[in-house]
Design a protein. Structure first.
Length: 212
């Protein structure tokens, strides 16, 4: 289902790989309730991430069951992630998805937001032509799906405490696309981690809603 998973890891380099015919090509994520949390400092570079359109067959309730078929690179609840000099193409939903952890959790020390993500100097090919999951409904509304999709969340709920807000920095720089020359970006503008798509306030500007 997943070509490569980097889970709750520090200082990981993923390079020189080819991931093809998976549900998601490369997944970088951090989960709550594990002995090591706070995944950070991950570099994904010089990989070929292509044609990852296999239907998701993970058991219901498993976090990877939420990964839509057609995902090239997924970044979830991880910080300081650098994705550069990759070829990412022919992934039917999105070449890159950046998202908060969508489920409820009990650990007050867990941060479900992705933070400080750099997407630069990648070569993007076709995408958005066969979206799965909630993004399929977005496409049916006539929204053109870009190379990079961010859920837009900058707030999350903490058990037994007030909701927390954090600046989420996402940088898009010098990405090329076969679909129009420049890599494209969309923030769904969902304000709270795990919020429904009905709360979306879409923006195509990477600096929107706390990103810079």
């Amino acid at each position: 289902m997943a070509g490569i998973e980097i889970e709750n890891s520090f200082n990981a380099d993923v390079f020189g790989n080819r991931t093809e015919h998976n549900t998601g090509g490369i997944l970088v994520f951090d989960l709550p309730g594990l002995p090591q949390m706070g995944g950070h400092s991950v570099r994904v570079y010089r990989n070929n991430v292509i044609n990852n359109n296999t239907p998701n067959f993970a058991p219901a309730g498993n976090i990877v069951a939420t990964v839509p078929a057609g995902t090239g690179v997924l970044i979830m609840a991880n910080r300081d992630v650098h994705v550069f000099e990759n070829t990412i193409a022919d992934n039917g939903t999105a070449n890159v998805i950046i998202t908060a952890y969508p489920l409820s959790f009990e650990d007050a020390n867990y941060n479900p937001l992705p933070r400080n993500v750099m997407i630069r100097n990648n070569r993007f090919g076709n995408t958005g032509y066969a979206p799965a999951g909630d993004l399929a409904a977005l496409a049916q509304m006539g929204v053109a799906l870009p190379d990079v999709i961010w859920d837009g969340a900058t707030m999350y709920s903490v058990p037994g405490a007030m909701p927390r807000t954090e600046i989420v920095r996402i940088v898009m720089r010098d990405n090329r696309s076969t679909r129009g020359g420049i890599g494209t970006f969309l923030s769904l503008g969902i304000p709270v981690a795990g919020g429904p798509l009905t709360e979306a306030a879409r923006s195509c500007v990477p600096a929107a809603r706390g990103a810079a």
